[in-house]
Design a protein around this ligand. Sequence first.
Ligand code: AMP
Ligand code: ZN
Length: 432
Amino acid sequence: MYWEKDSETVPVETLRGMQLRGLQEVVVNAAHSHFYAQRFADAGISPSDITSLEDLSRIPFTTKDDLREDWPYGFLALPKEDMVRMHSSSGTTGRATVIFHTREDIDGWTDIVARSMYMTGMRRSDVFQNMMTYALFTGGLGFHYGAEKLGALVIPIGAGNSNRQIQLMCDFQTTVIHIIPSYALYLTTVFEDLGVDPRRDTHLKIAFLGAEPHSEHSRRRIEEFYGVKAYNSYGLSEMNGPGVAFECPAQKGMHIWEDHYIVEIIDPVTLKTVAEGEEGELVLTTLRRRGMPILRYRTKDLTRIIPGECECGRTHRRIARITGRTDDMMIVKGVNMFPIQIERQLMKIPGVGTNFHIILDQEDYTDRMIVKVEVQKDYFAGDLRQLEALRRQIVDNLKSEILITPKVELVEPNTLPTSEGKAVRVFDKREK
Ligand code: AMP
Ligand code: ZN
């Protein structure tokens, strides 16, 4: 049941002790980097000041802008010769941030990915199809190494090429897939076009869904269509990539591996820690990474700690599904909202298809929101009244969620452009 029982079920007191020792080490190590040497000097702190976990709050936060400013090598705490791999964030705005790993860093990362996969029931007898981009994005190689360490047979197909994905799944009796949730939804329409039913024609049993926010309803749709149990996988390149937090079979939040990371949840405005269980911005500190340690990194991801113990026996705390990023909040007619709120409502409604776009523009200097929604095939077959009823229902559901009335346009399946990587849902055409 456990990849490494001792680490996964370690008593909380012991875990906090390990974290303190880890923190003290990582701070000493970080001080060797150009960036943190300067940071510590500016803040007037020295590594020996860290004598308890509470002292963490004396260290200033690190942001993406910091990573960009001391780009590319300013965060290295060991000589560049010790690095064996570089990855980068898939950020589309500004200079992509880069992260470097030593051999041991890769081993540590691989171990928590293997741990995460094993936790869901994946074993060496499984055939694992990794449908994520390889290259600089961490989802490909991160899972690849973890799955090999676990001993599964890995099919490193990467992203895209839908027909071939389905062909390989059938031919090699793939049992486990790793896939971006928006792509998993899109792929259902390709399965249908090909007349392949994953429940009947494949051996699939587990799906790892990661890299982008998705709602519980999307998860259930994917589970239903593919006949799998789908597990939420959270990570970010700055913290290695996948394997930071992962769902266990209970599917009630993601265990965040506290022997590798220190977790804080802060109010993004006041920057103070929120009360346990309250939503805020996730802040993470690497405890194990030697080549490029990062302290108190502001992820911009919004989540909360789920209080209480998990039925699986693991003692590492759980975070809830990510509800958005502080930087993808939309303000429309003065109302704050996140794309996931739209998704959550849409995916609840049976006639809604697999993709949607949110377009923001202005009419007479007033914000306008247009939601284009793909509808399931059968709905376009005939009855216009049925379509209009669906449209009304979508408007009503969205209005109750976001408090403004969007214009809703229904479109045929597979007519909205898709992307191979993370889904792009929002198109803001308003004048800035
Ligand atoms: P990257 O560094 O390019 O891998 O992107 C990391 C970002 O992807 C995170 O900061 C999150 O915003 C998002 N992300 C990754 N996994 C998930 C997930 N399971 N749920 C929601 N968002 C995710
Ligand atoms: Zn659990």
